[in-house]
Design a protein around this ligand. Structure first.
Ligand code: GLA
Length: 494
């Protein structure tokens, strides 16, 4: 399934699928006020590039024909959103071989690898400090066995684990600590590849060219590398674009060669936040109107989740409250953590953890705070490994849930009031529907008409709520139970 995204004032007036007999247009949602045409069906079996043509009436009344190209490939970077663990929002610069191995052990011990979190990503400050791009290499003090030695060590914990790394499309990374990769893309990517790295988070500080030019340069190198890897029977190398949504990457980053792109500023451990310091709702508010751009191998990235940080995380601690409150923040409640998980999964964001999973956390992230033992709670692990919510994130259709603005009352950006309704198409004709209570007060249940959520009137659906595990039968309407403060309920209808 994908959507034909038109510009303001344009209408799709016809589609010619040519020989692509297994594709068709889905018109019914436009009757519900949706302005997009959906293309559904089964892709051709043979790998390759396919095109079909779309007739569009422009705002001035003229008609144009445009070609839509799609790719059938069994070697996609990210058929489903990436799941992993990133160093930045806990350790910041304080990373090392031993710490990463302990994190790998924690991921294994808590069942996170089994749940699908399989990529450990070294964020900024893994390299030897220098300003010379040609001299980029790892810091031997932090990584005495090198990056390939680290990869071997984490794979000794669990062979499923992969390693990701970080660079920047400019002259220096965001910490101004190590050189970026602009104009050295091939050299740096080959270096990462030779170390056994399978993923790159590519940041955009200190840029030297436009975002499109900078990311296309690296994307082209990743394409070449993936052609070689495919030939050799390897696994795809994954490129994550990180320019914080500043230049609308949802419009160009897939073509440039990325499979996910940050669509917000750095996530903070707060409930609301704002555009520059987004909390859970702040991040969602920035991404909820971008649902038509998401799809298989093209995901809007809501940044690292703050679940498990408990108010002690390093960079994610710098919230709006932090600045007003002498550095003390509350951290997310369990309900807020479940909402973060629910919405990151509904919106098909990559799932990146950053919490301290070591057996004996020592508080490097925020050295004036004594980190309690068992920082990660059983509730955190339950939230992060709930198989039903993960299945919504990893669903094969790859759709980002649609923000149902007409059915929601939380329309005001970055405000903790009202409720938000999302609906997501799942494989096998199923739907996921979420309702988020944005406020810190209890909310009465609401009634939603199934026909407003794209489902059929008069048909009986089995309706399963993923957090409570309750299953009911519904017809025509979905009546939710009351929602606790900041709670999200997620229903799967079948
Ligand atoms: C930027 C990114 C963060 C992190 C830091 C590292 O701010 O958005 O996620 O990678 O740089 O310096």
């Amino acid at each position: 399934m994908h959507k034909l995204v038109t510009h303001e004032g344009e209408t799709v007036t016809g589609v010619d699928f040519g020989k692509l007999k297994t594709l068709k247009l889905k018109h019914d949602r436009q009757q519900l006020g949706n302005r997009y045409c959906y293309v559904i069906g089964t892709a051709p079996k043979q790998e390759g590039e396919y095109t079909y043509s779309v007739q569009i009436r422009k705002a001035d009344g003229s008609t144009v024909i445009e070609q839509v190209t799609f790719v059938v490939d069994a070697f996609l970077q990210s058929p489903a959103p990436m799941m992993g663990w990133l160093t930045w929002n806990w350790f910041a610069r304080s990373i090392s071989h031993d710490r990463m191995v302990e994190i790998a052990r924690g991921m294994e011990r808590h069942g996170l690898v089994k749940a699908g979190y399989n990529t450990i990503v070294l964020d900024d400050a893994w390299a030897k400090p220098t300003t010379e791009k040609a001299e980029l290499t790892y810091d031997p003090e932090k990584f005495p066995a090198g990056i390939s030695g680290l990869k071997n060590a984490i794979q000794a914990v669990n062979p499923e684990l992969k390693l990701g790394i970080y660079s920047d499309a400019g002259c220096m990374t965001c910490e101004n600590y190590q050189p970026g990769s602009y104009l050295f893309e091939a050299q740096h990517l080959n270096l990462f590849n030779s170390w056994g790295v399978d993923m790159l988070k590519y940041d955009f500080c200190n840029s030297e060219a436009s975002s499109v030019v900078s990311y296309t340069r690296m994307g082209d190198e990743v394409k070449k590398l993936n052609a070689q890897r495919k030939q050799a029977g390897g696994i795809p190398f994954v490129l994550n674009v990180c320019e914080w949504g500043k230049t609308s990457p949802w419009l160009w980053a897939a073509k440039a060669g990325g499979s996910s792109w940050r669509a917000t500023a750095d996530a903070r451990e707060a409930w609301v936040g704002n555009h520059d310091l987004p909390g859970v709702l702040g991040g969602v508010d920035d991404v909820r109107q971008l649902w038509m751009y998401g799809g298989v191998n093209r995901f809007n990235d809501l940044d690292m989740m703050c679940i498990g940080l408990h108010g002690l995380g390093g960079p994610s601690n710098y919230t709006v409250d932090h600045t007003q409150n002498g550095g003390v923040i509350q951290g997310l409640t369990d309900a807020q953590a479940r909402t973060q998980m629910s919405l990151w999964c509904m919106l098909a964001s990559p799932l990146a953890l950053t919490c301290d999973l070591r057996e004996h956390p020592q508080g490097e992230a925020n050295s004036d705070v004594i980190v309690p033992q068992n920082l990660i709670t059983a509730a955190d692990i339950e939230t992060l490994t709930n198989p039903e919510i993960l299945a919504i994130n990893q669903d094969a259709l790859g759709q980002q849930a649609e923000y149902m603005e007409q059915l929601s009352t939380g329309a005001e950006k970055y405000a903790a009031k009202g409720y938000d309704v999302f609906v997501k198409d799942l494989s096998h004709g199923r739907f996921a529907v979420s309702v988020t209570n944005r406020s810190e007060a209890r909310m009465e249940g609401i009634t939603l008409r199934l026909s407003d959520l794209y489902m059929k009137a008069g048909k009986k659906y089995t309706c399963h709520e993923v957090w409570s595990g309750k299953t009911i039968k519904v017809k025509d309407t979905l009546q939710t139970e009351a929602l606790e403060p900041c709670e999200t309920k997620v229903y799967v209808l079948n």
